[in-house]
Design a protein around this ligand. Structure first.
Ligand code: SF4
Length: 353
């Protein structure tokens, strides 16, 4: 059966839940080497060797929600909280763009302080003053709010589905459901955003069947971007003491994501680089084509602790940018110079490069 699955992968056939589960059940390294090679080939065919940089700005660590795995959860009273004033967000975004970064990712917990008007003003001010695409990653909102962000200039929206298993999702998210999450994702697509979804790998209680459901959801939605990283246990959350996801699992899921979504932008995530010193390099070798240097000012960055021991917590944005560019070159890859829009929009806008 496994040989047949590898043949299906090579023939670019649609994968089934049963096939993906069987693959994930297999510890056969020779088989996985073939999967990794195929994922890398697909990356090369669709994106070449260029790696896109997305400059990350984590502007608030307040959150009204209580996701069990997250250090920013509302009930984590040990967490020091910060909010960047709108002017400072715009100032930082303009500076990030001056480093040649063509996408800025504005990320925060679900913080009601930033009303729709405040976010829209920030978006308009950045677009007025910097030549950059903007990705928002600020959680679940109404369709009208998403539409307002889109009209104000947001190009992309990142909202991981976290896990495609309804029961696992429910056990980790006391204040939301998978259905609500998926509705948000559908709203974002219908508005015209470039949409990013994705999951955590190695969650407590997550089975290979659950992980196969994640890959199937990616296959079905064909998102413009994918966020795939390991679960990393945070001792200041109800999941304290749980085992974290492993680099092996994460690389397997990254490769499978690339195989089922040949044309999605797929980052070598910071979380992957946080569980393994060469995690990002390894992810770049199995299908990833994006890296996200962190430009959050140092006085805030150490407090954005969804998980502990995060990579690049002490380098300023300039150093992080330089270090990541060097890492990409060391891997024999190049740094892309364009906006890195979705390939879906490439032919109509000509903006991707
Ligand atoms: S995962 Fe996101 S929504 Fe959930 S508590 Fe953390 S920051 Fe808030």
């Amino acid at each position: 059966m496994l040989d047949k699955i590898i043949k299906d992968i090579k023939d670019a056939k649609t994968l089934t839940h049963e096939n993906i589960t069987a693959l994930l059940d297999s510890p056969d390294e020779t088989l996985w080497a073939q999967v990794f090679e195929r994922a890398d080939d697909i990356r090369k065919k669709n994106f070449g060797d260029a790696v896109h940089l997305r400059g990350l700005l984590e502007f608030s660590n307040y959150c009204k929600r209580n996701c069990l795995y997250c250090g920013l959860r509302k009930d984590n009273k040990t967490q020091y909280r910060y909010r960047m004033p709108p002017d400072e967000i715009v100032e930082n975004a303009v500076q990030i763009a001056s480093f040649g970064i063509k996408t800025i990712v504005l990320q925060s917990g679900e913080d009601p302080y930033y009303t729709t008007d405040i976010i829209c003003n920030i978006l308009r001010d950045i677009k007025k003053n910097a030549d950059t695409a903007i990705t928002l990653s600020i959680g679940e909102k109404t369709r009208d709010e998403y539409k307002a962000f889109f009209d104000a200039g947001a190009d992309r929206y990142l909202i991981r589905h976290e896990t495609a298993s309804p029961s696992l999702y429910a056990s980790l998210h006391p204040d939301s459901t998978l259905k609500e999450r998926l509705n948000c994702i559908d709203d974002l697509f219908s508005i015209g955003f470039q949409v990013g979804i994705g999951c955590m790998v190695g969650l407590p209680g997550q089975t290979h069947s659950d992980m196969a459901a994640d890959i199937l959801l990616l296959q079905e939605k064909q998102p413009d971007m994918i966020g795939m990283g390991p679960f990393i246990c945070n001792q200041d959350t109800p999941l304290q003491g749980a085992l974290s996801g492993t680099i092996e699992q994460t690389l397997k899921m990254t490769a499978l994501a690339r195989i089922v979504c040949p044309r999605s932008h797929l980052p070598a995530t910071t979380a992957t680089g946080s569980i393994d010193r060469f995690g990002r390099e390894k992810a770049l070798a199995v299908g990833a084509n994006v890296v996200m240097p962190n430009f959050t000012p140092l006085n805030y960055r150490m407090h954005y602790t969804i998980y502990p021991n995060k990579r690049c917590i002490t380098e300023d944005g300039y150093k992080c940018n330089t270090c990541i560019r060097k890492m990409i070159e060391n891997e024999g890859r190049t740094v892309a110079t364009g906006y890195g829009h979705s390939l879906r929009f490439e032919s109509s806008t000509g903006q991707t490069s």
